[in-house]
Design a binder for this molecule. Structure first.
Ligand SMILES: [Zn+2]
Length: 388
């Protein structure tokens, strides 16, 4: 049975659109969601700061202070306030009107992941009159689904000084301590076009790109030498995603662009991989008499790893009875790890329903999630086991 207030707050979070999209016409402000959350957390005894990130975009940092400076940095519960765009025609019910069917709550952002904040409020209500020794910090970011600008701004400001972070991304209640990074890259070859009757008259960009592809395929084979068995695909991958070049069969191709992605394992820096690729592609310009640009198509995001022997990983494993594993999607974990916080990813949704029509949260997963949040708050904030 779902508590009326929890159901109401889940429905309100779902009803306020906060779509983040790289296409400007579909991109929305997240301020209405942030203001609503700030209101609720203030009523729950938190001090709230709304941190502007870009026009119409902000993060929320809500803090319930601890009384014992010796008790340590405290616990951070973090998530993103934005959702991906949606395909309304493919939904069985209104994506902004939370609908219950067969023990599931359907609505955009239920699993990924605005619903998480309503569950935090439900857990916090158990401690309304219990003093905290160490602080509880709730973070709601903007633009996680696009640029991760919210998490980046948060890290640069160094305002969340917790010791341990739980990110409520959908993992079906199983803890995860690793994920891969994502790089989206492009190579542009500029040659010289000319009449195809004499290929020597021009410098063919497709011919040069063929060499680029061969070398990237060799590089991809080398990536397989380093493996992390916790991932279903245990090595870093490289996928050739799209290629565009030339305009007509009877012209020498003057311009060709290739885009590819790399998904590096934890422990590999994006910049080091870029250096290796640059090295792998060296000499092609001279060989084919073309010019070549190699760059990141968008700012990538790093892989994340919290060590298996972290006390936070071990605590969450003990509470859930499950060994922390790896997830196949990226999160804001690297930004929290980068501030020296041990980070675990665990949420009540299932990633298979995220970014899909008819996204839902299973009602049976809500009580275990609230129980886990309550146990973490009790251990780290009330008892104060959160020392650096
Ligand atoms: Zn998410």
């Amino acid at each position: 049975m779902l508590k009326p207030r929890l159901r109401q707050q889940l429905a309100e979070l779902n009803a306020i659109p906060s779509v983040a999209c790289t296409t400007a016409e579909q991109d929305m402000s997240n301020l209405p969601v942030i203001n609503l959350l700030a209101n609720w957390f203030e009523q729950a005894g938190f001090v709230c700061e709304i941190m502007p990130v870009a026009p119409g975009k902000a993060n929320l940092i809500a803090v319930r202070a601890g009384t014992d400076p010796q008790a340590g940095g405290g616990l951070v519960l973090a998530g993103h306030s934005d959702t991906v765009p949606f395909d309304e025609a493919l939904w069985r019910s209104d994506p902004f009107k939370m609908t219950e069917r067969d023990g599931k709550l359907y609505g955009l952002g239920m699993a990924d992941m605005k619903g998480f904040f309503a569950l935090i409020l439900d857990a916090v209500a158990n401690y309304a009159r219990t003093p905290f020794r160490a602080p509880l910090i709730v973070v709601a970011t903007c633009d996680e689904e696009t640029s991760m600008a919210g998490a980046r701004a948060l890290m640069e400001s160094a305002k969340t000084k917790g010791r341990f972070t739980l990110i409520g991304e959908p993992t079906s209640l199983k803890p995860a301590r690793l994920h891969k990074g994502v790089m989206l890259e492009r190579v542009v070859i500029s040659g010289q076009s000319g009449h195809s009757s004499d290929p020597e008259l021009g410098r063919n960009a497709i011919d040069a790109m063929q060499e680029v592809i061969t070398r990237l395929q060799q590089f991809r084979n080398n990536l397989k030498k380093i493996q992390q068995p916790l991932f279903p695909v245990p090595y870093s991958t490289l996928n050739l995603g799209c290629i565009h070049g030339g305009d007509n069969p009877n012209r020498i191709c003057g311009l060709c662009e290739l885009q590819f992605d790399v998904r590096p394992l934890p422990g590999m820096s994006l910049e080091a991989i870029r250096q290796d690729i640059r090295q792998a592609l060296s000499g092609i310009e001279q060989q084919f008499g073309v010019s070549m640009l190699y760059e990141a198509a968008v700012t990538g995001s790093a892989a994340a790893e919290t060590p298996a022997d972290s006390p936070f990983v071990q605590k969450v494993e003990a509470l859930t009875g499950t060994t922390a594993g790896a997830v196949s999607f990226g999160t804001e974990a690297p930004f929290f790890n980068g501030q020296g916080m041990d980070t675990v990813i665990l949420g009540p949704g299932n990633i298979e329903q995220a970014h899909q029509p008819d996204e839902y949260l299973e009602i049976k997963n809500l009580s275990p999630m609230v129980l886990l949040l309550s146990q973490l708050i009790h251990y780290y904030c009330v008892q104060g086991h959160a020392r650096f």
